[in-house]
Design a protein around this ligand. Structure first.
Ligand code: COA
Length: 204
């Protein structure tokens, strides 16, 4: 490997430049979760489609949501926000969905981030998820902010809405990974590992 390790600040991707007030476009805004959002976050996590397509096995409860908000606030305080409410730009108290990223390959020089998202039933079908995903990806891949060259996501091959959302947000379809994502068709059903479609958006 001839490439030199970047500045230590850049070893942690997406550090220290989250704009005050968050990111916005086309009537939506991404902002870090606040404690006032706990009921909306719980309602979102309880949505049957969210539970159907996300690898979440525990029944969502308020304590989980409080903890998730606490971690999101802490990450922001450390200069590395990673979990966001998608809100209405005209009324930022109104939560429309959620989006977050995690560092699946934390060792330099990989810096590959995975993204996950979901939108409330009442806010679907008007560009919320694809706009949020595009905003977050462009922020993560901005050379000014860190050593991130690849943002990726995968969804069950049956989840056409997520596939079209990713494509709309500039994530190419890259292939299929078999027997990958453990999901339940309903809360009492057995776990089935679904084949997934992999998408990536990169900075070259
Ligand atoms: C999938 C989901 C995030 C889409 O959110 P959304 O805000 O409605 O998506 P958008 O309005 O940005 O739509 C983007 C594209 O996807 C298409 N789309 C959205 N939902 C769709 C669906 N259920 N079936 C087919 N296409 C769909 C839109 O028509 C649009 O297509 P276009 O670019 O050709 O115009 C939302 O339905 C959801 O939260 N589902 C449950 C959780 C989930 O599946 N999360 C992803 C796990 S990988």
């Amino acid at each position: 490997m001839s490439e030199e390790a970047p500045d230590p600040q850049h070893l942690v991707p997406a550090t220290g430049r989250w704009p005050q007030g968050g990111l916005s476009a086309a009537g939506i805004r991404l902002r870090v979760w606040s404690t006032d959002d706990v009921p909306a976050l719980l309602e979102l996590q309880e949505d049957p489609d969210m539970r159907r397509w996300s690898p979440v096995f525990n029944t969502p409860d308020a304590a989980d949501c409080v903890e998730r908000v606490r971690k999101a606030v802490q990450a922001e305080e450390e200069g590395r926000p990673n979990s966001f409410a998608i809100v209405d730009d005209d009324d930022p108290r109104q939560v429309l969905g959620s989006i977050d990223w995690r560092n699946t390959h934390p060792m330099w020089p990989f810096s590959i981030l995975d993204v996950g998202y979901g939108v409330s039933p009442g806010a679907r079908g008007r560009g919320v998820a694809s706009t949020a995903l595009r905003l977050l990806a462009e922020w993560l891949l901005d050379p000014a902010g860190g050593d991130v060259h690849r943002v990726q996501l995968d969804h069950a091959v049956e989840n056409e809405g997520s596939c079209r959302t990713a494509v709309r947000a500039g994530f190419a379809i890259e292939g299929r990974r078999d027997v990958f994502l453990p999901l339940r068709e309903s809360p009492d059903a057995a776990v089935v590992r679904h084949d997934v479609c992999l998408h990536g958006r990169v900075r070259r």
